[in-house]
Design a protein around this ligand. Structure first.
Ligand code: HEC
Length: 152
């Protein structure tokens, strides 16, 4: 029995980032600071991602982030400037940051957009629903991956 427990513990060390997986809207494999595979296998669209990024009814990321050359009335600076984020972070890293920023940075102001568990102050109508859909997150990943500072 001891061996079994040891094996279980080892398997967990090798691939048990289940903390993030369990609280996300669909089963997601987290590897280090990345989500390696596209959410629900969906393909992102950068054009739509820009809309999700700016629109108040969607991601409204401009509330806290600025992107040089982006056509938006207001751009905040609570979060880092994302004008060159596509150079610094891979698509896989971007995906985890959008899906569950609080997994990486507990206590951050950035919302976890693909989480359904452990959220505070969720209106009853929205319980069990992530703030953004898998498609919207893949669209954002495609948009941000292209930001290399030449976007004017
Ligand atoms: C309420 C403010 C807020 C909102 C809204 C917000 N973020 Fe953030 N974001 C932050 C903060 C703060 C950080 C820095 C993380 C930290 O250290 O706390 C961050 C970090 C990031 C990073 C990592 C940047 C880097 O340089 O490492 C990405 C990517 C990102 N946000 C994307 C988004 C996207 C996409 C949205 C919209 C869906 C969004 N954020 C909405 C506050 C916000």
């Amino acid at each position: 029995m001891k061996t079994l427990a040891a094996i279980l513990a080892l398997t967990c060390l090798a691939g048990c980032d289940s903390q993030a997986e369990a609280r996300l809207a669909t089963p997601v494999e987290v590897d280090g600071d990345m989500i390696p595979a596209a959410l629900r296998g969906l393909q992102g669209n950068a054009g739509r991602g820009e809309t999700v990024f700016t629109e108040r009814e969607q991601g409204h990321c401009v509330l806290c982030h600025a992107v040089e050359g982006l056509d938006a009335e207001f751009q905040g600076n609570v979060g880092p400037d994302l004008s060159t984020v596509g150079k610094r972070l891979s698509r896989e890293q971007l995906r985890l940051r959008i899906a569950d920023a609080q997994y990486l940075w507990p206590g951050t102001l950035m919302p976890s957009y693909y989480r359904t568990e452990g959220l505070n102050q969720v209106a009853t109508d929205y319980q069990g629903q992530p703030a953004l859909s898998a498609q919207q997150i893949e669209d954002l990943v495609s948009y941000l991956a292209l930001l290399d500072g030449d976007a004017t």
